[in-house]
Design a protein. Sequence first.
Length: 157
Amino acid sequence: MNAEIGEPIDKGIEQRIQNSFHRQGLMAHLGASLHSVRRGLVTIRMPFRPELSQQHGYFHAGGTSAIADSAGGYAAFTMFPDDSSVLTVEFKVNLLNPAQGDALEATGKVVKSGRTLTICQLEVFAVSGHRRSLVAIGQQTLMCMVGRQDAPQKPLN
């Protein structure tokens, strides 16, 4: 029987996701962190900083889209073979409301996992205290790159 989306994952898979996430210079630059990692379901959290804002003081759509892309990518990666890596083929994000709050949380959820291509649903919420407000939704296609591991980590200057 196949595991269901949202079930806990093996510690080895979780460590592989953590290691790959920490290779991403952009996520470090944005101050983003993995908040939750489950089978086919990953949440990334990004706290607000003035450097992440646009001219009206909201989170910039670039940061919003970046964490959505990574959340979906890692959701797919939880379901890929050990000797593989993940690469985004395309994604679309609709911005629904101004993204303002203490942080953003992006969730990627696998809709269909295939041998080569995987489709994910993306949601981004603005979080203020215990309030969550949906600010963006999207869809993404990812490629499973079998036999190709992540590139070695380069030092961040």
